[in-house]
Design a protein around this ligand. Structure first.
Ligand SMILES: [Fe+2]
Ligand SMILES: [Fe+2]
Length: 363
């Protein structure tokens, strides 16, 4: 039997028949549980088999299905696992609560960020017929992806996405720490245009041009160029999220640091399962693009491969340096603030510095 390659928007958004939903406090998590209590990602009844089928088609034609991997990016999480555990052993929860609040908040940027992508039929940008490809379905896949990151209410009721799921993990595992307004302010990463949440950027936060390293390749329609660079940047963000998941499971999955280690592991794994859908769809769409010919602004034919390769190069180069140092410095500023308020703060800070690098920061 040939795999199904064409899907409507309704099919891409279709849900499993869940045996139950999960509600923690006021938060109804997206997705649901099967009869055995296993987590099923939201909007994934067809999304997962569709991405598998498109990826398989590429493989069968002898093409690559990976444009770059997490190994191509510098991945260090600060504070590292041991530093984070040290803070929690000493009851220093504020910096951890702040970091987890920011992790959720930045996940929540995703929905507004993804809404900036053109959600249109991309056929006009290609010489070949793109029917039955992942690229042709991005106009449905991207909004489904966006809803995974922040809450969605298109069903007439509100479901929590990754943003609020992280906040619940924080609250359950750190015993409902005090969450203050300043945890949403002065952030080193600014919200994308259209974002309507609580977060506010620091005056020196990076700007969108730093976040999405655009180029103007002669003849490539600017909308398509934005799309390609936006998708490679989004893939890099997904990889960065994966390093956060590993850290969160190590720290919050440790009974000595967490009020509910099982909850932490279960729900970080659930978010991670959703992210796998994002990573595989982005890898597939971008791999397809490198096999296609772009229809240039003057009708010229431009191979997709070098355009994609240049975007990947720019994306990898943009994932290091000053903008990342600012994020680490932001976290360190609040760790230091919390330790300074304790009589044994200096001693803890010395131990902290022995466990890994300490970023420079401006108090
Ligand atoms: Fe996410
Ligand atoms: Fe994601």
């Amino acid at each position: 039997m040939t795999a199904k390659l064409n899907y409507t928007r309704e099919e891409i958004f279709a849900e499993y028949q869940f045996a139950s939903h999960v509600k923690i406090g006021d938060y109804l998590f997206h997705g649901g549980l099967d009869a055995e209590g296993n987590y099923l990602s939201p909007r994934s009844l067809h999304r997962i088999p569709a991405i598998k089928a498109w990826t398989q088609r590429l493989k069968d034609a002898g093409h690559t299905t990976t444009v770059f991997t997490a190994d191509d990016l510098p991945m260090t999480f600060f504070p590292n696992t041991e530093q984070s555990k040290l803070l929690l052993h000493h009851g220093c929860k504020d910096a951890m609560a702040r970091t987890l609040t920011m992790v959720g908040t930045i996940e929540g940027y995703g929905n507004a960020g993804i809404a900036l992508f053109p959600q249109e039929d991309l056929q006009k940008y290609f010489v070949e017929d793109i029917e039955g490809t992942c690229l042709a379905h991005l106009q449905y896949l991207l909004p489904a992806h966006g809803h995974d990151e922040a809450f969605s209410d298109y069903k007439g009721y509100k479901e929590s996405g990754h943003e609020e799921m992280w906040w619940v993990i924080r609250d359950v595992c750190l015993d409902y720490p005090e969450i203050t307004d300043d945890m949403f302010e002065d952030l080193p990463i600014p919200p994308p245009p259209g974002y309507q949440g609580r977060a506010k950027a620091a005056p020196d936060a990076l700007n969108i041009a730093e976040a999405i390293p655009l180029a103007m390749t002669p003849g490539v329609p600017p909308v398509l160029e934005f799309m390609v660079t936006g998708l490679t940047s989004l893939l890099a963000i997904e990889f960065a999220a994966a390093s956060t998941f590993k850290w969160a499971k190590e720290v919050l999955g440790d009974p000595e640091c967490s009020s509910d280690p099982e909850f932490a592991v279960k729900w970080v794994n659930a978010i991670s399962a959703d992210e796998t859908i994002h990573v595989t769809s982005l890898q597939c769409a971008l791999s397809e693009l490198s096999t296609l010919t772009i229809l240039g602004t003057e009708g010229q034919h431009i191979p997709g491969k070098p355009v994609l390769e240049a975007a990947v190069k720019r994306t990898i180069a943009s994932q290091q340096g000053d903008r990342f140092d600012r994020v680490l410095a932001h976290r360190m500023k609040y760790i230091k603030r919390e330790l300074d308020a304790r009589p044994d703060g200096e001693k803890i800070l010395a131990e902290f510095a022995e466990l890994g690098p300490v970023p420079e920061f401006v108090a």
